[in-house]
Design a protein around this ligand. Structure first.
Ligand code: PLP
Length: 369
């Protein structure tokens, strides 16, 4: 056991030890951007679904007894809503990314991935067989240079980016990446996890206006949609390849039908007038925060202090004032960029956010340059 104790001691010494803690106080940390997680309409849908017999568990893999009407209905709805031939539902976004990157690129291929892309994408690339090449954040020119170097050496090139970066709150230049991908016959894979339900027309995501021919997207159901799961949206052939060969899909119990049913209801809510009202409230909070911090104006605001321990102390001081905001440290973010990640929600009112700014202001001089 000493080896584990030593490893934990090292984490403590570095100010990187983490313990599980339940949320208390004003929520400035969750990904519940639209306030759907406890939305009364979705709670009522859950009760009705349970009473009408929607399954609490799936009973097996989708390819065996675990395939249910709720999964297929969600996938059909999502494919139509996001504008793709087909969609495939996974229990989590992590599993969906892992399945994509361990399955689609082969050992003859390469995946160029943004340096800030999510751990699930990186882990999928790492576990897969293709050559992984990191490109500087949002740098389309560097991506093109890498493609030129790799052409001839590999068969297929994939480019992996997030549309809205989860820890930095900035947007990818998606149209430029897609144009590049089209020019070189590459495939663009966009993780929309933090944009799903919020960005794009009716919350269809940042990539919703792009042509679909060389595009695959991941939409998350566990963030603005308030539930759980990940939806891969792509051509019929790509979805068929995943169904037939993606190990995380085949060798895993399918998500509960109830979870799939609620994800569909959340998408329907997102497309309704109520979704538009919530997106409006959220964008008011985004403007308020942008006036204070500048930046991209999205619902994710990084407040970078750099030093791990100092960031933890500031988070704790704010928590004592009643605000649930957390210190994000390496390895979640790069070394020397420990930060508070302010996450805005449609549920937050203007006065409360102003009060938070008031409590944050005395710590401003500690921010990294
Ligand atoms: C960009 C991004 N992609 C994928 C995921 C994984 O999604 P899930 O939480 O549904 O597993 C996350 C979650 O943290 C994320 O931030």
């Amino acid at each position: 056991m000493d080896q584990f104790r030593n490893r934990l001691d090292i984490l403590r010494e570095k100010g990187r030890y983490r313990a599980l803690k339940q949320g208390e106080g004003v929520d400035l940390t969750s990904n519940d951007y639209l306030g759907f997680r406890n939305h009364p309409a979705l709670r009522a849908e859950a009760v009705e679904a349970v009473e009408s017999g929607v399954g609490l568990g799936s009973g097996g893999s989708r390819l065996l007894r675990g395939n249910h009407e709720a999964h297929e209905s969600l996938e059909n709805f999502a494919a139509q809503f996001f504008g793709y031939e087909r969609a495939l539902y996974f229990a989590t976004g992590f599993q969906a990314n892992y399945a994509l990157f361990t399955t689609l690129p082969t050992r003859h291929d390469a995946v160029l991935f943004d340096s800030l892309v999510h751990a699930s994408v990186r882990d999928g690339i790492h576990a897969g067989q293709a050559k992984g090449v990191k490109i500087p954040h949002n740098d389309v020119n560097a991506c093109e240079d890498a493609i030129k170097r790799l052409r001839g050496e590999v068969q297929q090139i994939y480019i992996a980016v997030e549309s809205l970066y989860s820890m930095d709150g900035d947007f990818a230049p998606l149209a430029a990446f897609q144009e590049l991908a089209r020019q070189y016959g590459a495939t663009l894979i966009v993780d929309e996890a933090h944009a799903t339900g919020v960005s794009g027309e009716a919350g269809r995501g940042c990539a919703s206006a792009l042509p679909r021919d060389n595009l695959i997207v991941l939409h998350a159901c566990g963030k603005a949609l308030g539930g759980a799961g990940g939806l891969v949206c792509a051509s019929a052939e790509i979805i068929d390849i995943l169904v037939n060969t993606a190990r995380p899909f085949i060798f895993s119990t399918a998500p509960p039908p109830l979870q799939a049913h609620l994800a569909q209801k959340a998408l329907e809510l997102c497309a309704s007038e109520e979704g538009a009202v919530r997106r409006n409230s959220l964008s008011e909070r985004c403007e308020q925060a942008q006036q204070f911090f500048g930046g991209a104006g999205s619902h994710i605001v990084p407040i970078i202090f750099g030093d791990d321990q100092r960031t933890v102390e500031i988070a704790e001081a704010l928590q004592k004032k009643g605000f649930d905001i957390r210190a994000i440290r390496p390895p979640t973010v790069p070394e020397g960029t420990a930060r508070l990640r302010l996450s805005l929600s449609a549920n937050l009112d203007k006065g409360m956010l102003d009060r938070f700014f008031g409590h944050l202001a005395p710590h401003f001089q500690d921010r990294a340059a």
